[in-house]
Every structure is written in C-alpha cells, then in structure tokens.
Design a protein around this ligand. Sequence first.
Ligand code: ZN
Length: 265
Amino acid sequence: MIFDTHIHLNDKKIFSNLDQYLKEASDMRVTCFMCVGWDVESSKKAIEIAEKYENVYCAIGVIPTEHKQYKTKEENCPTINELENLLKVSRKIKAIGEIGLDYYWEKELEIKEKQKEMFKEQIELANKYNLPVSIHCRDAVQDTFDILKINKVDNTGVMHCFSGSKEMAKEFVKLGYYLAFGGVLTFKNAITTKEVIASIPLERVVFETDAPYLAPVPFRGKLNEPKFIFHTVKYASDLLNLDFESLQKTSFHNSCKLFHVKNYE
Ligand SMILES: [Zn+2]
C-alpha cells in the first residue's frame, strides 16, 4: 500500500475525472491520499473531496505564491479567519498546507516579508488546532528553516518536494520533520535529491505525487496521475536497495504517523 502525502485532487485537471483516477490508483495499491489546498477556494474543494472519499484526507492553507490574495491580520477580513472557519466544518482536515516560502518567483523584499507573515500566521493556526504542516519551500531553505526553528510547530510536519542539500535535510530531520519525495527523485539530474533520500533515517521518508505536476520517469513532462506514485516508490526501493514491499509499508506507516491518521491497508 502507498500513501500519497501531497496531491492536488482538487485541481481541475484531475478533478474532472476523479472517480476514474482514484480507481486506477487503488488498482496500483495507492490507498491513501492527502489532498492539499493552495488558496481558500482550493482548500474548500479539498474538504469537499475528503468528505466524499473515505481514504482521502485534506490540508488547507495558502501557498506563498498566492500572496496577493492573502490578507494578513492587520488587514480587513483576514484570510486566517476564513481558514479557521473551514477547520470547524470537517474532521478530515489533517494538516495546514501548503504553506511556506517561495523566492523562485518573488525576489522583492516586500513580498518576501509578506510571505513570512503569511507563513507565521498559518503556523500559529496549525498549533491552535494541533495539526502538522505541509511545507512548500522553493529557493528559500534557510529562511524556511529559521522560521520553523523559532516558530515551532508542535506536531511538526512534512517538507513537500524537498530540494535542499543533505546538510539542510539533516537539520529538518533534527527539528522533527518528514521529507517527501516525488517524481523529481526519478529525474536523471536530481543528484542531490537522491543523496538526500539515502542520507536521512528511513522513518522520516514519505512519498508524494504533487499531481498534476512533476510526473516521474517514464512519464516526465506529462500530466501526473495519482497512480504514478508507484513508479517513484519503486525507483526509491531500487536506489536504496530495499525490498519494494517493505518500503511501501514503512513509508505508509510514516505517513499515518505524520498526519495522525489510522492505518488503512
Ligand atoms: Zn503542491
């Protein structure tokens, strides 16, 4: 069994054919999903899907690249209140995410500061509701780490699509975080990612698709489908020289622990 710890079933590219995609995934033994929001609307959609399918959980939050639509506590009708209201409607919300920092698209200091504010407010919300976080971090590893170190998340969380160095991976593991590996792991040039997965303790390894993005080899560049996670886990088991079955089991167990959900097998 495989747990996809980061997927956008709420993206219209997948959503339009959800029953079919989930059926195909379950045929490949992908039995559990964490559907992740990136703004308020997609978070609502994630909840809707999680309420419909027993084996789908969800995370709600606003991604740093959506800083324009996020209103901080200083502004009128702060976004954090909308997110908090959502937390009251569903028991399937098992994380706050995806939240974090993204300096790849944004180089302006003012925007970086706004992203930090969004990040901290959402961490506070996670702690208020005893939830872990799902972290989006692009070209901002050090700042992300600094914020998580000072603004501790009681239930820690997961570094989604981790792209930092071996050294930084070690630091996040020390802070109590899990690292999620997706299609990028299978890319020929992703040397650092391969080093990272081989260097951290197995009990902190989880898998994800980030579908509809970042399809693994041999589907690289195509629409990523929920069932394709199978190829990523298989690739990892070959890379780490581990039995495929036992890596599935271990990473599944890790994912359940990360999100505090019962063990679906
Ligand atoms: Zn994502």
